[in-house]
Design a protein around this ligand. Structure first.
Ligand SMILES: C[S@@+](CC[C@H](N)C(=O)[O-])C[C@H]1O[C@@H](n2cnc3c(N)ncnc32)[C@H](O)[C@@H]1O
Length: 201
């Protein structure tokens, strides 16, 4: 099969920004502080976050900026910062971010347990991880994986079942997350993991 990567790089990911909007509406109150987007891709989602959360500095990371489209992006009042980095080794200090997003990215990351540990480390107490990804228990999940593998998008893509994602998150220190779906049985699952706020007692 020819590589689908160049085709995907050209399509604006409007669907993804709708996924972010659905998740952001469901977040708890967050502490002050910046936002870390893991897996910026073309950059549309990072630009969307900078417009939707204009009071916060958004920092996007990606392992590669091959698909990045800065000339097409409309930023909020604070221009996001883009950093080349890998999710299992975040180049940020502990307790830095109020929010981390992982939208349609976790399925293609290496070292999934280490990714959760790193996100837990860089989140402030009371901060949240907003995650959305393909439900590995859905009947379409094996086809999603095949397209990613055969289409040359990512050889390591894996659609994780929700119970596995929840186990990885709790093993990293998060309490069990809230989960959401747009419709019962839908292909995408949203997770909101919240790092416990500091106990003042
Ligand atoms: C499908 S895109 C998601 C883009 C964006 N979050 C959205 O929803 O529009 C997944 C991104 O994860 C990035 N990625 C893959 N491995 C990574 C890693 N180890 N660390 C950071 N990003 C990675 C890919 O380069 C790709 O841009």
């Amino acid at each position: 099969m020819p590589s689908l990567k160049p085709l995907f790089a050209r399509l604006p990911m409007a669907r993804s920004t709708r996924a972010y909007a659905f998740g952001l509406e469901r977040l708890p109150a967050l502490p002050a502080g910046p936002v870390l987007e893991t897996g910026t891709g073309q950059g549309y989602s990072t630009a969307f976050l900078s417009r939707t959360l204009p009071e916060r500095q958004v920092i996007g990371i990606d392992i590669t900026y091959q698909c990045f489209k800065p000339e097409r992006l409309a930023f909020g009042p604070r221009r996001p910062w883009f950093v080349q980095a890998s999710a299992p080794a975040l180049p940020f200090a502990a307790n830095t971010f109020a929010l981390t997003t992982l939208v349609m990215t976790f399925h293609c990351l290496p070292e999934p347990q280490q990714v959760f540990r790193e996100i837990f480390r860089v989140l402030k107490p009371g901060g949240a991880l907003l995650m959305a990804d393909v439900n590995g228990n859905h009947r379409i999940a094996p086809w999603f994986e095949r397209i990613e593998h055969w289409g040359g998008i990512s050889p390591i893509t894996r659609a994780y079942p929700p119970e596995e994602i929840i186990a990885l998150g709790t093993a990293a220190g998060f309490p069990p997350p809230q989960t959401h779906a747009r419709k019962p049985g839908s292909f995408m699952v949203w997770y909101i993991f919240r790092k416990e706020p500091m106990n003042n007692g």
